[in-house]
Design a protein around this ligand. Sequence first.
Ligand code: ADP
Ligand code: MG
Length: 619
Amino acid sequence: MSDTIRLLPDHVANQIAAGEVVQRPASVVKELLENAIDAGATSVKLVIKDAGKTLIQVIDNGRGMNETDARLCFERHATSKIKQAEDLFQLHTKGFRGEALASIAAVAQVELKTKTQNAETGTTVRIEGSKVISQEVTVTQPGTSIQVKNLFFNLPARRNFLKSNTVEIRHCIDEFHRVALAHPEIAFTFLNNGSELFQLPISNLRQRIVNVFGNKTNEKLVPVQEETPLVNISGFIHKPEYAKKSRSEQFFFVNHRFIKSGYLHHAVLNAFEGLLKEGVQPGYVLFLEADPKTIDVNIHPTKTEIKFEDEQTLYALLRSAIKHSLGQFNLVPVLDFERDQTLDTPYSYKDKTPVIPRIEVDKNFNPFRENTSEAPPKKAFKKTLSPAWESLYSGIKKEIISPTGLDDSSWELAIESEEKTGAFPFTAEELSESSPVFQLHNKYLVLPHQEGLLLINQNLAHQRILYEEILKSITVSRASSQQLLLPLEMDFSKEEIRLLAEIKEELEFSGFVFATFDAENVLLEGIPVFMEATDIPAIFLQLIHDIQNEIPETGFSQNDLIAKSLARSGAVKNGSSLALEQQAFMVRKLFLCKEPGISPYGKKTMVTLSRNELDNKFS
Ligand code: ADP
Ligand code: MG
């Protein structure tokens, strides 16, 4: 029998290694930024195009490489960072496995330009799919510039697997945040498609955090500082009242390397115990410095988990350091959660001179006339009905619009929505007046039908109704808005504002009216009719959270995501009592939906109890 074992050719081995190291553009961003830091750079520029799919470039002013190293750095296991196994226990660099550049060069078209600080000339190396295309002497700045173009150009299946630009750029920004927060002593610039996302000068940590997350962050921060023989803990936590639903502003760095640790996170939560409302999380940027000997460094290059020698002590130290800060800054006693929240001034209004509310009355408003024209959203001030109530009507209006009316698109849609796909016991017409509805436990709408009994979950049903309506508004006809008495200032980080900026237009079509929308400030003056002003901050936090945690498997359609999120936040809650007419409208509107049977998140909106099932219960 002939031998069957063969050594893999280098380029194949590199591609396999790349499978682990390079998952998406953000992985390249991370590796290149880390290399720049390991090279001792004080200024690093990151340039990406199309969320990194077309180009990722990192330019640094670090020590650079000579001619030989410029070629060698693309070899697998080529590293200048460790020479012997013992060095693993003395690591002060980010990289050490010598795998990143070899992996990246296996799956992209790479151009490296580099020059050591004192050399006269530098080197340019071009390499594509592990194949060196050229190497030449060049005139260039001291330091290194690496361009990584067309990631996965030679692996179409993996390229197709990349997510939308919105998702991929978010990952790139996440990696950038992790590196930039860990190194305030280095200046960073980040350009995406030619526009500047971040410009971070050398500064202290507090200033860096503020530059990354926006000016409003400053007032949230409380310093943490604790030195012990085992570990030094430093950094900032957010004051408890700024806790958020999202986990996006939580960072642990161990020896300036970003890590994830459920265990340490728990220690922080534990320290905040009793200070947070349910469902919210404190923000933090915490640095732990420990002897590298006490940390298991033999971690996978792309993994952010880490093992400590003495985890339990670390837990206790971290918890007490944070408790100490919370106590020292007098944050504990001022909190009083028994207080009626509705009486509180939102913090965004604090320290502002009160303005006399201006009430705009639409003189032409006639409650008995169906408003068919697209009135400018700002003027649409009507708050006579409770929001949930009004929203139950909003689709009905469209049915009444005549085909000769102004809003033809709605008319078409109203017709279209009658041809629903699901096999449901009856149509909206059959239901309309005749079927009595009964609300059970302020949660279910119960109604009879020929085959037995129908139980509708009011919250899930309303989610479905709102979802289809919002989706229509975003894609076809702008929804109307209600004007707020006072503009609402929203407290968002820069990153959150950037996320919202991408969906600003969709939000406007859904009924939001922005008075201001720039990189630091968002001021709302109008909101969709089915929402309450007091719910808006929570609705936006949920929306941001949903965008950040978009589940990749379901594919990413932004409109869909926005509609889902707003529908879930805006729907009538279980537990609210509905008037008889509201119940009837809810049912009728549900059956006008295209998919009445399922909620936008895939839950059943209703269940039936058949005659047989009922009969069996009495047999
Ligand atoms: P590692 O960082 O694990 O050593 P890499 O594949 O990322 O492996 O890099 C290989 C080597 O190339 C590094 O050890 C370093 O010597 C050199 N190198 C990479 N990027 C830079 C850079 N920006 N400036 C100077 N040297 C670099
Ligand atoms: Mg590296």
